[in-house]
Design a protein around this ligand. Structure first.
Ligand code: CU
Length: 159
């Protein structure tokens, strides 16, 4: 009986780790970065995650990089006349105790000038750069093409 219980416990641990990956850099915690598979010919992809500041001083996300694209941008989403438009952000402040959610329909990171399409199940390496916490290596899990899809036009970005 004891053996069985141990096996179950290990199985649970492994599946939790596989589902949500967290990264830490000092007081900054990056929770579950993910992206979406892209249709053929798409020039850009989107990345999402949550960023938590467990420290006592504010920090700022100031940039990053991604191995599958030439450029990495921080974007916000605003509604104008019922149309979702993306705006490039210079940086994103994360106050002490605050969690910033980059999620469908809201702020996100953008991989611009994709070198190849993203495929579901793939893991994409990149970095996030913080003013104080520095450069953090992360990996995005690529989900299916319709995963929590947001009403936005991906072909052309409007800045
Ligand atoms: Cu965008």
């Amino acid at each position: 009986m004891r053996l069985i219980a141990t096996a179950v416990a290990i199985a649970c641990l492994t599946s939790t780790t596989a589902m949500a990956t967290d990264y830490k850099a000092g007081p900054i915690e990056i929770v579950n970065p993910w992206s979406r598979a892209t249709p053929k010919g798409a020039s850009a992809a989107i990345g999402y995650m949550a960023i938590r500041n467990n420290g006592t001083a504010p920090d700022r996300l100031i940039g990053g990089s991604i191995e599958v694209a030439a450029d990495f941008e921080l974007h916000s989403m605003v509604m104008e006349n019922g149309i979702a438009k993306m705006r490039e952000l210079r940086d994103v402040e994360i106050k002490p105790g605050q969690t910033i959610d980059f999620k469908p329909g809201g702020s996100h990171v953008m991989f611009v000038n994709l070198k190849h399409p993203l495929i579901k199940g793939e893991h994409v390496k990149g970095t996030l750069v913080f003013q104080h916490a520095g450069t953090v290596q992360i990996e995005y899990n690529v989900e299916g093409i319709g995963a929590q899809s947001a009403p936005m036009e991906m072909e052309r970005m409007q800045h």
